[in-house]
Write a protein that binds this ligand. Sequence first.
Ligand code: DC
Length: 227
Amino acid sequence: MSNDIPVIAIDGPSASGKGTVAALVAGALGFHYLDSGALYRLTALAAQRSGVAWDDEAGLAELALHLDVRFGDGEIYLRNERVTDDVRTEHCGIGASKVAALPAVRTALLARQHAFRQAPGLVADGRDMGSVVFPDAMLKIFLTATAEERAQRRYKQLMEKGISANLINLLDDLRERDARDSARAVAPLKQEADAVLLDTTQLGIDDAVNFVLKNFKLANSAQVESH
Ligand code: DC
């Protein structure tokens, strides 16, 4: 039964580094990895390309349900075209945040997310992994950092890629997305009561990964003891 397959849910705001941490934890444990934000980004991108507006709930849900996507070796393909960089743009991130606020879009992407739960386990990152998609996750982490620190990281990332950016604009965009992701009626971004807080403002990636691995071991032994 897929419900017996362990899930580590890592939720948190944009640019908190949860994707990097989640992928490394998955690698260390030999688990599968779900970047759920990519599905919302892909929906926004597919909509833009097909001329569907980012507020057309029915049209977007239809697109989301039939998204022809493939993940592999760190790359993302939409209808066999490599779109790894296209989905990572700020513009696409803003679109993702908009389409993600629409309930029909979230419902359309649910089964696709559940399908990632395969042996020997899954690390899933997003906003509602622990609350809606995998409420029975063995370990739930709420990974965050201050908006200023996250804006700095995003700025550095863009500079390294040779993409020009403005720190103040990035900070404004992040705050706007945080507000939209936290205030929406369905599956808002918030720390679940049973999630462990991981604030990475002053923490490096290795420390964050080790924190998750240590908590996974603890959750594992607690589960073994209770059986
Ligand atoms: O994690 P990310 O920045 O790639 O996510 C892009 C947007 O998608 C984010 O602003 C909110 C939305 N999202 C969501 O609503 N639920 C998720 N599980 C993942 C992302």
